[in-house]
Ligand binder design. Structure first.
Ligand code: UDP
Ligand code: MG
Length: 315
């Protein structure tokens, strides 16, 4: 199978039939063997009824229905887990992504990239609560992860499937897959794609998503930089804090001996106590982190490295 298209669906009853028709039309001219995995994320409207009808008429369509609303990331993860295609292309189910772009994404994959990220260069959403936060968030994510993309939030992307096998998604993390994939050595490219205004149904998100994205970004940054060596982060801050404690404590002592400032009247003494506590806490956190890292990697039999190829090995 060449291609698995994964679509999260939450209350999109007016959109799903048109979506299926437009995907089918866009891929008819290609010779691709493909499947469409539609994941109903606990819709409370008639989406599932329509999805089932579509699947009855088209054997290439597979439907997964969640018991309740688990969120877009979970819906996409379920689709990725079920995908059999060599390449996996997620897209929105609200007709804002254009399936016409799919063959172009695949061309880019065939040119040797592992991840191709769509870029809604001409995005059809409101400026102040969608596009502006998105510009800021993309700048921040690019800087912190070192993977520079204009549009992390665009659902329409293409992945080589074997890359997704090693990546587990939590929270709002579906948008960070290119950064996580790049950590395991993926070659990442970007491609401008169409974006259309939402005609039916309503957006499931508002400005509050920005906060959730920023929190997940902290997790991703930590995972990318320190998941195999947490003591390097916490221990460093522990040492800085302890050094500051000794400085502050030394100053307190000096002020007592040579300037006759009584220690219990000197606020630096309290600072010293705080810094000592914090320094020890940081180091202990780092050590606990090291213990957790070992549990995490060894319980899963997960190596701390990723091999691209092996030459002259028997297997
Ligand atoms: N979606 C989902 N579960 C959710 C929220 C959204 O599966 O809890 C789906 C939704 O049906 C759509 C896609 O995720 O197919 C993107 O959602 P939306 O269009 O509301 O986001 P926006 O384009 O406004 O960022
Ligand atoms: Mg949308």
């Amino acid at each position: 199978m060449d291609l698995s298209i994964v679509v999260p669906i939450y209350n999109e009853e007016e959109n799903v039939s048109v979506l299926h028709a437009s995907i089918t039309a866009a891929l008819a001219a290609t010779r691709l063997v493909y499947e469409i995995i539609l994941v109903d994320d606990g819709s409370s409207d008639n989406s599932f009824f329509h999805l089932k009808k579509i699947a009855q008429d088209d054997p290439r369509v597979k439907v997964i229905r969640f018991r309740r609303n688990f969120g877009q990331t979970a819906a996409m993860a379920a689709g990725f887990d079920a995908a059999a295609g060599r390449v996996v292309v997620p897209m929105d189910g609200d007709l804002q992504n254009d399936p016409v772009d799919i063959p172009r994404l695949l061309e880019k994959i065939d040119a040797g990239y592992d991840v191709v990220s769509g870029w809604r260069k001409n995005r059809k959403d409101t400026f102040i609560n969608r596009k502006l936060p998105s510009i800021l968030a993309n700048g921040l994510i690019s800087r912190l992860t070192g993977v520079h993309l204009h549009d992390y939030g665009c659902t329409l992307k293409a992945y080589r499937r074997e890359l997704l096998d090693g990546i587990n998604l939590y929270g709002e993390m579906h948008r960070f897959v290119p950064a996580l994939a790049s950590q395991v050595g993926a070659r990442v490219a970007e491609l401008p794609v169409n974006h259309l205004p939402r005609l039916h149904g309503t957006s499931k998100y508002g400005i509050s998503r920005t906060m959730r994205v920023v929190l997940d970004l902290m997790t991703v940054k930590f995972l990318l930089a320190y998941s195999t060596k947490p003591i390097q982060l916490f221990g460093k801050w522990g040492i800085y804090t302890l050094a500051a404690a000794f400085l502050s404590g030394g100053t307190t002592l000096y002020m007592k001996l040579f300037e006759h400032v009584s220690m219990n009247r000197n606020p630096l003494l309290i600072l010293t106590a705080f810094l000592l506590f914090m320094g020890v806490q940081f180091i202990v956190l780092g050590l606990l982190g090291e213990l957790n890292a070992r549990t995490y990697y060894e319980a899963q039999g997960k190596p701390i490295y990723v091999v691209r190829e092996r030459v002259n090995f028997a297997d």
